[in-house]
Write a protein that binds this ligand. Structure first.
Ligand SMILES: NC(=O)c1ccc[n+]([C@@H]2O[C@H](COP(=O)([O-])OP(=O)(O)OC[C@H]3O[C@@H](n4cnc5c(N)ncnc54)[C@H](OP(=O)(O)O)[C@@H]3O)[C@@H](O)[C@H]2O)c1
Length: 256
């Protein structure tokens, strides 16, 4: 049987962990990439029994780190990964006039740069394979789709990812490479946990969503797993909103 080989970057993050939980030993094998080797090692110890995996500490916001992540995966498994889930990213809540140079640069590096360098490294590896076909999922954000105050830097970086996806999908569609993205709404993970700290925050956040709840990591991971799978074999160049309706629908207030 042939395995699905996944390169999962930002593997220690909430959404990537949820995706790992959906992998099937015997069908899937995974390379887990993040910068913190200790957290990666702890994560490796929690994987589903029998799931073949390696941990690679690399900084995918640099071309060298992204290349190393793909190369180490290919060397370990003897084949270039046919799936990429690029879960690296960050959140930044700051109005434009208070955003420091450092915050801006870090935001662009973690989101825009890492997406570009990682997708490029993955595509280069796939193009070397006898059968290049494969599937990649990147993460944009709802904040790149509609204006939400105090999100200028992250909206710009996630907007760049949303633009990269259809362009790259067009370039490599003839080789069978499918390249898609997900634009999550607010999803409860380590990256956003601080937003839930205030009293009543949980209920107030949930009430902003047409479906009356915020996202859970599994909501996003299920969509990513689908886009990576053959069930989405005729889908490419898309950025799928998984946001409880936030970016698209406005329920009318019911008068009784
Ligand atoms: N949660 C949300 O509400 C939400 C909403 C919209 C979009 N998204 C996007 O969805 C993706 C996953 O989100 P999440 O909530 O699961 O994030 P998360 O929990 O903060 O995880 C982010 C991961 O990226 C890694 N990382 C950060 N910078 C890195 C770098 N330069 N090189 C390599 N690894 C790096 C982090 O590990 P290390 O620091 O150890 O490297 C961590 O594993 C991100 O792109 C995020 O921006 C999330």
């Amino acid at each position: 049987m042939s395995y699905r080989t996944l390169l999962i970057t930002g593997a220690t993050g909430g959404i990537a962990r949820a995706l790992l939980g959906q992998l099937q030993p015997g069908r899937d094998r995974a390379a887990l990439v993040a910068r913190d080797a200790t957290t990666l090692a702890e994560l490796a110890a929690t994987l589903p029994a029998g799931l073949e995996a390696i941990a690679i500490d690399a900084d995918t916001s640099t071309p060298e780190g992204a290349d190393e992540a793909v190369q180490a995966t290919s060397e370990h498994f003897g084949t270039a990964p046919d799936c990429l889930a690029h879960g690296v990213g960050s959140a930044l809540l700051a109005p434009l006039h208070r955003t420091t140079d450092r915050q801006y640069r870090d935001c662009v590096a973690a989101n825009q740069d890492s997406a570009f360098f990682t997708l490029r490294a993955w595509v280069r590896a796939r193009l070397q394979a006898d059968a290049p076909a494969g599937s990649a999922v990147l993460f944009s954000s709802v904040v790149a789709q509609i204006g939400i105050s105090n999100h200028e830097a992250i909206a710009m970086a996630k907007g760049a990812i949303a633009s990269l996806i259809p362009a790259a999908a067009a370039t490599y569609s003839a080789q069978g490479l499918r390249i898609n993205g997900i634009a999550p709404g607010l999803t409860r993970t380590g990256a956003t946990e601080h937003l839930f700290a205030a009293r009543n925050a949980e209920a107030q956040i949930a009430a902003q969503y047409p479906l009356q709840r915020y996202g859970e990591a599994d909501d996003i991971a299920r969509a990513a797993n689908w886009l990576l799978s053959d069930a989405a074999a005729w889908v490419t160049g898309q950025v799928l909103s998984v946001d409880g309706g936030f970016s698209r629908v406005r329920p009318l207030v019911q008068r009784t």
